[in-house]
Design a protein around this ligand. Structure first.
Ligand SMILES: [Zn+2]
Length: 270
């Protein structure tokens, strides 16, 4: 809601300082901090640029964008309405502080993988990148998400990871500790993009929710759905497991906007 208020304030300042009438019909929903997914709406038929990048807009004028863990903080949205009038909305994001998480007891093959799995890991990365480029016109992402598993939050977005004493990539998901076999639910409606066993993330499910937004559900024990299948929000799609680089059973839920890794926790309604 913070962003939406900002957009309104901007139109007020245009009104008072320049005496112009800005017919603001721009709404933005989300938190202006690193890792955030912002969902917006403009008059249908408008063009929206996030910085220089033209965003995909559906017939209702809805669009999304997001900034990553370490993204720069100053951005802008340019809305060009169907009548050609243009409005620039400056967006000042807040920086975040991230924890350092020390994890011990990880199988060494997941900390320093043997040479013979290098190609497999590269293949995994390529496949995941490719499916995350999916840009469909589904609108599921504009609803509030379901938490995909019940349990204690055991890991958060952004933490710097140190495995068995060796620094590795930051953590980009929300970890929910739950027993093996506990149900994993679809956070929103969507269509399955990937369902397979990957080296680091174990049994992995990627679901397209539309507008470039996907969920990745990792370290699963079993997957109940197949690629191409449509799933409903709250439907059981998998079971919690301990596959891949883990020290115990949990679900790791990630959200991407295309290749941008975002924080699922920021989307959960308190
Ligand atoms: Zn995790």
């Amino acid at each position: 809601m913070k962003v939406w208020l900002k957009a309104l304030l901007l139109s007020c300042s245009i009104l008072t300082s320049q005496g112009l009438w800005a017919n603001t019909e721009i709404t933005l929903n989300g938190q202006l901090i690193q890792g955030s997914l912002i969902r917006g709406k403009v008059p249908s038929g408008s063009t929206v640029l996030f910085n220089e990048q033209e965003l995909s807009i559906n017939a209702r004028g809805q669009f999304v964008f997001g900034i990553g863990r370490d993204a720069s903080l100053r951005h802008q949205l340019t809305v060009i309405k169907p009548d050609g009038s243009q409005q620039v909305v400056p967006l000042q994001f807040e920086a975040r502080q991230y924890d350092i998480q020390h994890i011990t007891g990880v199988a060494q093959k997941y900390v320093t993988p043997p040479a013979e799995v290098t190609e497999r890991i590269q293949n995994d990365t390529r496949k995941v990148r490719a499916v995350r480029n999916t840009l469909s016109d589904k609108t599921a992402i504009f609803a509030e998400p379901y938490l995909p598993a019940k349990g204690r939050i055991s890991g958060v977005y952004g933490s710097q990871r140190v495995f068995n004493g060796e620094p590795r990539n930051p953590h980009y998901g929300l970890d929910i500790a739950a027993p093996i076999g506990a149900p994993v639910l679809a956070p929103w409606d969507g269509q399955v993009l990937l369902a397979e066993d990957l080296y680091y993330s174990g049994f992995t499910l990627i679901i397209d929710h539309g507008m470039g937004v996907s969920s990745t559900l990792m370290h699963l024990h079993a997957i109940d759905v197949v690629v191409g299948q449509h799933v409903r929000q709250g439907q059981k799609v998998a079971e919690v497991g301990a596959s891949g680089r883990v020290t115990g059973p949990h679900l790791d839920w990630r959200i991407n906007w295309l290749q941008e890794r975002l924080d699922p926790q920021l989307l959960l309604v308190e």
